[in-house]
Ligand binder design. Structure first.
Ligand code: GUN
Ligand code: FE
Length: 425
């Protein structure tokens, strides 16, 4: 039994009314037990004085590649398909158990240090069990899965899979890790993208996702060259093809979606598919600027992800939030993607994408305790009390402002010192 009391904080709740209140949060085991002024529960194990600090729901990133963290710096002036062929696939092929484990651990450390508490992660073809071990011991909340690639002539031999083996290995990992540590870890089928997956594989993934009730995480409509290959091979646009195979439903998380036609948008909206917007990666790989304001206007579920470290260096959600806001301003004006819209995508929007909006994404009684304490007093400037704290966070906060992070009621970082939760299989 663990009881933590956080005192005198400015709390950005992201509840239905998006209230910002000053008060205390009482955490019992993995959940928020009470929020209020001058709480005084008995037998508290730990009191954190958060006076002058800001507490936010931990960020939920819906598209990450932990296995690419150690490839940082390998993003030069290349577009997606050349970059995959020349840089990413040979490096993924060279990974071994140890390098996967430490790449994941390094990535998770950077994520937690920059306020992220939940991720949707895609690994590589082999050794994914070691990434899950890093996820387990770090305490981060994660959906993860081995990447599936049973097609593609330019894929290195070491990454080429047989369809049935790819499926069997995925199911084995699912059976080992799905719902591990009281549901903190979940499995997500991860067919890389249509370009690298056969139709039988994608159809089987659609069936298994329904049978097991787990998410499917893939890339789609990121780059015009990728879309041309899909159209050439299937006669359909990406999202139309995924729908045709039975994959378009509310368990599907699509990274990027930079280039969608009206029919694809309709499918995404009607079927409740989730879009993971990756602004930093879309800029770095010259993929384009996703039309997020129009997706939001259509009530499409959009959340945020940093993609892999080669695209953006350090998986920092503060960078992604700021980029998501800034890139739309010259096109749509100052308020089309305002700070509250962005912050929602980064918190409760991400929780919704992974089917956990009832558990995380906001600070409310009964929810899991996934929250982050920020010290926003580092600014060498006048106090800005007349500014919405959410605007301050989106436009001015940095990873250096993240002080303490709590996931599932465990303190995983305190005063910038990382801790492990020591959950091993
Ligand atoms: N599409 C297929 N694989 C990848 C990947 O590793 N990164 C990105 N950004 N897009 C992809
Ligand atoms: Fe990606």
């Amino acid at each position: 039994m663990s009881k933590i009391l956080l005192k005198h904080a400015e709390i950005v709740t992201m509840n239905g009314k998006e209230e910002i209140i000053t008060g205390d949060i009482f955490i019992e085991n993995d959940r928020i037990k009470a929020i209020g002024v001058n709480l005084n529960p008995p037998e508290v194990d730990k009191v954190i004085d958060a006076r002058g600090k800001t507490v936010i729901p931990g960020f939920v990133q819906t598209h990450i590649h932990l296995c690419q963290t150690v490839f940082r710096g390998r993003a030069d002036d290349l577009e997606l398909l050349d970059w995959l062929k020349k840089r990413i696939w040979p490096l993924e092929a060279a990974h071994d158990e140890e390098s996967i484990y430490y790449s994941a651990l390094l990535g998770i450390g950077e994520l937690i240090q920059s306020g992220t508490t939940s991720i949707v992660d895609m690994e590589t073809v082999h050794h994914t069990d070691y990434a899950f071990q890093a996820i387990a011991s770090s305490g981060i909340r994660a959906l993860s899965g081995k990447v599936m690639m049973d097609k593609g002539k330019e894929v290195p031999k070491a990454l080429q899979e047989k369809t049935n083996e790819s499926i069997q290995e995925s199911v084995d990992l699912l059976e080992k890790w799905h719902d591990f540590d009281n549901g903190r870890i979940k499995y997500a089928f991860s067919p890389r993208f249509v370009v690298s997956c056969t139709e039988p594989l994608l159809k089987e993934v659609a069936t298994l996702s329904g049978d097991f009730g787990v998410n499917v995480h893939t890339h789609a409509s990121e780059n015009r060259g990728e879309i041309a290959i899909v159209e050439d091979e299937t006669g359909m646009r990406n999202i139309e093809y995924l729908d045709h195979l039975g994959l378009a439903n509310n368990r599907l998380i699509l990274a990027h979606c930079v280039w969608l036609n009206d029919n694809e948008k309709q499918i995404i909206r009607k079927k409740g598919v989730h879009v993971s917007h990756c602004p930093g990666s879309n800029l770095k790989l010259a993929s384009g600027i996703a039309e997020i304001p129009s997706l939001l206007a259509d009530n499409i579920s959009v959340s945020l992800g940093a993609d892999g470290a080669p695209c953006n260096n350090n998986l920092d959600m503060f960078n992604e939030m700021r980029l998501a806001a800034l890139i739309q301003k010259p096109i749509h004006g100052p308020t089309a993607m305002n700070a509250r819209t962005i912050f929602k995508m980064a918190t409760i929007g991400g929780a919704n994408a992974i089917g956990l909006a009832h558990e995380i994404g906001s600070i409310e009684v009964g929810k899991k305790a996934d929250l982050v304490i920020l010290d926003l007093n580092h600014f060498h400037t006048f106090p800005s009390y007349d500014v919405d704290p959410i605007s301050r966070i989106v436009y001015s906060a940095t990873r250096a402002d993240v002080e303490t992070s709590i996931i599932n009621g465990n303190i995983v970082m305190e005063n910038r010192i990382m801790k492990t939760v020591d959950k091993k299989t």
